[in-house]
Write a protein that binds this ligand. Structure first.
Ligand code: CCH
Length: 284
């Protein structure tokens, strides 16, 4: 039989599971960073969703506007061309999926395949147009602290506990001097999702790194790093309470992260575009 034209094709959960599996199978890459593309794909999912403004409903993951030159070129998105180009290979295999669904499903796979919690996910995003791009400045600035974090994440509709939970994603990946200007990983196991970010924030000894790059913290081994915006989570009393809770209780962190991240991935997507119940995609 001839394959159905993309517009007539009604994908089921099993079809999206095939996309998930293809993404999961594609993460491993010898010689790239710590051997996995999962962290940078997680960052793509987050930056495509975190532009949301609850006041006017603009931004969010619905339209995948980072495809366009203007938003793709925002400083905060430096280096995400690597993730977008990689996902283009998956899109070729499954041309019926929207970019917003593809990128957010990539975020789900990145968390689940590195040992994190199951992230309930729903499809339904539609590819938007250039006019739907968001202005620069909607994503957090790593050089700033608690007031800025609250401004940015309250705009998306998140509360203090959710701000701390979402930041735990920095258990994965690293900073790159040629992308953000910062350098190094947050944890000793940057391809394994855990609560170790919180433990290190509280219990490692942090000092300013002496270098020509942007102001960042380093631990006593000189291998690990924290951004000023990370350190704000232990400097602010209210944030710190939640950091302490997650450092002690990984299950609680996993539960809260799963909920907040699932919400993040749906920012800007009208409920009418999605199935009523979210799905649990099966890990590899
Ligand atoms: Fe982040 N993040 N992030 N981050 N981020 C960076 C890298 C990753 C901030 C700044 C930076 C979240 C929140 C924040 C990831 C996930 C999340 C980098 C380095 C900076 C700078 C980029 C580079 O050089 O490659 C700031 C500020 C905030 C404030 O809250 C949230 C929320 C998430 C996801 C839920 C991941 C993963 C990375 C690693 C990317 C990689 O390529 O390894």
């Amino acid at each position: 039989a001839k394959p159905a034209a993309a517009k007539d094709f009604k994908p089921t959960q099993a079809d999206y599971q095939k996309v998930y599996d293809a993404i999961a199978d594609s993460f491993e890459k010898e010689g790239y960073d710590d051997g996995s593309l999962a962290p940078v794909i997680l960052r793509l999912a987050w930056h495509s969703s975190g532009t949301y403004d609850k006041k006017d409903g603009s931004g969010g993951s619905n339209y995948a506007t980072m495809r366009f030159a203007n938003e793709g070129g925002h400083g905060a998105n430096n280096g995400l061309n690597i993730a977008r180009d990689h996902m283009e290979g998956i899109k070729k295999q499954f041309p019926w999926i929207s970019y917003g669904d593809l990128w957010t499903l990539g975020g789900v796979a990145a968390v689940q395949e590195t040992g994190g919690p199951v992230i309930p996910w729903r499809p339904g995003r539609i590819d938007g147009i250039e006019a739907q791009q968001t202005p620069d400045g909607r994503l957090p600035d790593a050089a700033q602290a608690h007031d800025h974090l609250r401004d940015i994440f309250y705009r998306m509709g998140f509360n203090d506990q959710e701000i701390v939970a979402l930041a735990g994603a920095h258990a994965l990946g690293r900073c790159h001097t040629d992308r953000s200007g910062y350098d190094g990983p947050w944890t000793f196991s940057p391809v394994s999702f855990s609560n170790s970010y919180y433990d290190l924030l509280l219990n490692d000894k942090w000092s300013w790194k002496k270098w020509k790059g942007p102001a960042q913290y380093q631990d006593k081994s000189g291998t690990l790093m924290m951004l000023p915006a990370d350190m704000a989570l232990v400097q602010d009393k209210k944030f710190r309470k939640t950091v302490e809770e997650y450092a002690k209780d990984e299950d609680k962190f996993f539960k809260d992260f799963s909920k907040a991240f699932a919400t993040l991935l749906e920012l800007g997507v009208p409920a009418s575009q999605m199935p009523e119940k979210a799905w649990e995609m099966k890990s590899q």
